[in-house]
Design a binder for this molecule. Structure first.
Ligand code: HEC
Length: 119
């Protein structure tokens, strides 16, 4: 009986952590990430994204792209070979109010998150 309970707990834990690497909090416009398990440099990068990448749309757009591997507006692939181009596209938007180092931090974070989401 004890063994069964342990097995059930393990199964439940595994199911609950299907997207283990990506801890998403909230839904819709309030969607954000829990950076508590990020390495320090990624925590800093997340701060940039959390502040800078929500000027024109919410974080949901970025998180959904990472979770699904598909950019939600264009339907184009969103993988590690594409993140830089999306970063540059956002940088070039009028009034993006972003610097190149901030975009690099965002791209680094997205690549890290894509790797995490795959785990
Ligand atoms: C100046 C406004 C602005 C800022 C700042 C901005 N975005 Fe965007 N973003 C847009 C607009 C407008 C779109 C709509 C589609 C397009 O033009 O790509 C978009 C679309 C997207 C998409 C979906 C792209 C697609 O092809 O479906 C992602 C992902 C994204 N943004 C992520 C980010 C990230 C990450 C940052 C911060 C580095 C950011 N955005 C900062 C305006 C902005």
């Amino acid at each position: 009986m004890k063994k069964l309970v342990v097995t059930m707990l393990l199964v439940a834990t595994a199911a609950g952590t299907a997207h283990a690497g990506l801890k998403v909090i909230g839904k819709g416009d309030a969607m954000r990430l829990d950076p508590s398990s990020f390495p320090p440099v990624m925590k800093e990068n997340y701060e940039v994204v959390r502040v800078k990448c929500i000027k024109c749309h919410t974080l949901e757009r970025t998180i959904v792209a990472i979770q699904t591997g598909v950019a939600p507006i264009s339907g184009q692939p969103f993988d590690r070979s594409a993140t830089k181009a999306y970063g540059v596209k956002m940088l070039r938007k009028p009034d993006s109010n972003m610097s190149k180092p901030e975009v690099k931090a965002s791209v680094d974070l997205m690549n890290f998150l894509l790797a995490e989401a795959e785990r």
